[in-house]
Design a protein around this ligand. Structure first.
Ligand code: NAP
Length: 449
């Protein structure tokens, strides 16, 4: 943490450290928000009196449970799963489930905390939550994934509901996993409650454009940041980290808006294709065959695969981190700035370390933090809930148009809030304060609960 906190906020942060030992990602996420809230307490002292910040930092409910399951050979495995229901001031808890071996309470709490402000920024009636498990889906058969999802939902179902808590996907949880989770929920509850999960298949309550939404939204946000500087994405060279759901659709939309995406990655290495990445090949490898990104060179001999390579060393105009937390550090940020990068927008959650953020801010490049730039995913999840509630199904074009309007509005709100608080162009401050004020006003109105 490189920035010193305001004297009213430092004791709150110390208390968070004390109450949540060992949860470094959660500490980092809280610090990043508190860094920007000093001026808010000056302007709105009632939020300090009502201890709104202390209350926001404490989840309303945290659920931790055992998930036993059997693999294809009959061996029994035991995983741990979490659901952190962080804040319901604006609506039912809403946020994805992550399946990755690195998952522990601190990761889920950081993600849930970020989700509160992100969801508020969308302007839609959704609270913040997040969940996941330390289960590693890599190399598991379809049947194993199904048994794991069924076992997890056998406990989780009692905490969910379309008015209570509505999970979706995240790392390691895509359409296949949502299908197995929804099937088990339906079976146990004997209710076809479409609005209980989002990211569903189109034939059974899903929304068009939800799969694409996070990646598309990140690129819409990037485009808005560039427009605010009298520029555009047209003709820009882009690199995108990751090659999962967010990355693939960020690449697609960047190409559509006239940019050339020349590199992407997975946790093993990077692909550089100077001619521009071929999206069809990527989708085939990742979405159909579920293989490693290294397979790309089988289809494109002029592309280069670098095992263990660092994607931020590839010179670009625009960088879109779309893989995971803390994947872009201070050194990487310096390299990007030195190579002439003009914009960074985060498709992933908290991918840039605090030192990296400082470097971007000091270099005055357009830097869009995840809670604003990747809010298109959860916004479209809320649109899915709207369609479920009205038993309706919107067209792709209409849904995409709504997504684009929401991203434009989020950009405008962050931009205006930053200017109002004397920090023009600082989207970190704009996003944190705008999101915070929406939640704080609702909490204040509802009394001490
Ligand atoms: P995903 O489909 O599972 O893809 C994740 C990608 O990131 C994979 O290519 C993965 O490579 C890579 N990755 C994961 N851990 C990595 C590491 N330690 N180092 C390098 N690469 C790594 O997940 P996703 O849904 O695209 O999510 C990506 C990010 O976006 C996450 O931060 C997530 O929280 C955020 N996000 C997602 C959504 C959504 O709607 N899905 C919405 C908002 C934000 P491997 O295959 O090698 O692991």
């Amino acid at each position: 943490m490189t920035v010193k906190l305001d004297e009213k906020l430092e004791p709150i942060f110390q208390d968070v450290l004390h109450r949540n030992p060992g949860e470094s990602e959660f500490h980092q996420a809280v610090h990043e928000v508190l860094e920007t809230l000093g001026p808010v307490l000056v302007k709105y002292p009632e939020f300090a009196d009502k201890k709104i910040i202390q209350r926001i930092c404490e989840p309303e409910r945290q659920i931790i449970f055992r998930v036993p399951w059997q693999d294809d050979s009959g061996e029994i495995h035991i995983n741990r799963a979490f659901r952190v229901e962080f804040n319901s001031a604006l609506g039912p808890y809403k946020g994805g489930m992550r399946f990755h071996p690195s998952v522990y309470l601190g990761i889920i709490k950081f993600l849930g905390f970020e989700q509160i402000f992100k969801n508020a920024l969308t302007g839609l009636p959704i609270g913040g939550g997040k969940g996941g498990s330390d289960f590693d889906p890599k190399g598991r058969s379809d049947d194993e994934i199904m048994r794991f999802c069924q076992s997890l939902m056998t406990e989780l179902y009692r905490h969910l509901g379309e008015y209570t808590d509505v999970p979706a996907g995240d790392i390691g949880v895509g359409g296949r996993e949502i299908g197995y989770l929804f099937g088990q929920y339906k079976r146990i509850t004997n209710r076809y409650e479409s609005g209980v999960l989002t990211g569903k298949g189109l034939e059974w309550g899903g929304s068009r454009a939800r799969t694409e939404a996070t990646g598309y939204g990140t690129v819409f946000f990037t485009h808005e940041m560039l427009k605010a500087r009298g520029d555009s994405l047209d003709g820009k060279t882009v690199v995108v980290s990751g090659s999962g759901n967010v990355a693939i659709y960020a690449i697609e939309k960047a190409h559509e808006l006239g940019a050339k995406v020349i590199a992407c990655s997975d946790s093993s290495g990077i692909i550089v294709h100077e001619k521009g990445l071929d999206l069809q090949t990527l989708r085939r490898i990742k979405e159909v065959e579920r293989r490693r990104i290294s397979a790309y060179t089988e289809f494109h001999k002029d592309a280069k695969y670098v095992e263990g390579g660092n994607i931020w060393n590839v010179p670009c105009d625009v960088a879109l981190p779309c893989a995971t937390q803390n994947e872009l550090n201070g050194k990487d940020a310096r390299t990007l700035v030195e190579n002439g990068c003009i914009a960074v927008a985060e498709g992933a959650n908290m991918p840039t370390t605090p030192e990296g953020i400082d470097i971007f801010q000091n270099a005055r490049l357009a830097y869009g933090p995840g809670k604003a730039a990747n809010a298109g995913g959860v916004a479209t999840s809320a649109l899915e809930m709207q369609q479920n509630a009205s038993r309706d199904s919107w067209s792709f074009d209409y849904t995409q148009k709504r997504l684009e309007e929401i991203m434009i509005e989020i950009h405008k709100n962050c931009h205006e809030t930053a200017a109002e608080f004397g920090a023009e162009g600082n989207y970190v401050l704009g996003a944190n304060i705008n999101g915070f004020l929406r939640v704080a006003r609702a909490m204040n109105a509802m009394g001490v609960i």
